[in-house]
Write a protein that binds this ligand. Structure first.
Ligand SMILES: Cc1cc2nc3c(=O)[nH]c(=O)nc-3n(C[C@H](O)[C@H](O)[C@H](O)COP(=O)(O)O)c2cc1C
Length: 173
């Protein structure tokens, strides 16, 4: 699949069929995450793949932003240094977000729907996953075979968000 087609065609999927996702597919998505760029190539991300029904139930219970039950979750966590400074905190967010996008694009290519969620209870999810104290969940990605085909939500026009040379100087297509 053409990369640009994947970028444009991917949608957040919030309704899934009951079909499970195979180990091979899940591993492909983890590989996509593993090859994401990270600040200083530090790769402080950790990925917890959740497929067991009781664990999925628990996570969904503490994630009000996740509406339907997905076949799997990948909880993207940061393995944090003690007393990480604000710059390091920003790196964790950026690295985990970029890894999430790699997962979502790779999933789209093989027909798996995804949605990223930030609205979940960090403490509860940490306990459910038995995360060590230094490991913090940053993003939850839901995964499953799509049971919907949503319209693309509108995007701002380029001339509203892109500028030439200086902020406010019009980008002319
Ligand atoms: C950081 C972040 C947090 C999000 N959190 C949620 C969420 O909690 N629940 C949800 O249903 N969608 C969530 N989304 C998905 C957005 O609503 C979605 O990406 C946006 O509406 C654009 O739609 P598209 O992904 O289909 O292009 C989140 C997206 C991002 C990037």
């Amino acid at each position: 699949m053409d990369v640009f087609d994947a970028i444009k065609g991917r949608r957040s999927i919030r309704q899934f069929t009951d079909e499970p996702i195979g180990k091979e597919e899940l591993e492909r998505l983890l590989e996509a995450a593993r090859w994401a760029p990270s600040g200083g190539n530090q790769q402080n991300w950790r990925f917890v793949v959740v497929t067991s029904p009781p664990q999925r139930e628990l996570i969904r219970k503490f994630a009000p932003g996740i509406f339907a039950m997905p076949a799997a979750f990948i909880v993207i966590c940061a393995d944090k240094e003690p007393d990480a400074n604000p710059w390091k905190e920003a790196l964790y967010v950026a690295d985990c977000s970029i890894a999430a996008q790699n997962i979502m694009l790779a999933a789209y290519e093989i027909g798996i729907g995804t949605c990223v969620a930030l609205s979940y209870a960090k403490v509860a999810v940490s306990e459910i996953l038995d995360l060590p104290e230094n490991v913090e969940p940053m993003l939850v990605v839901t995964l499953g075979y799509p049971a919907e085909d949503p319209e693309p939500p509108p995007r701002l026009e380029l001339n509203e968000i892109a500028f030439m040379d200086e902020y406010g100087k019009e980008w002319v297509s």
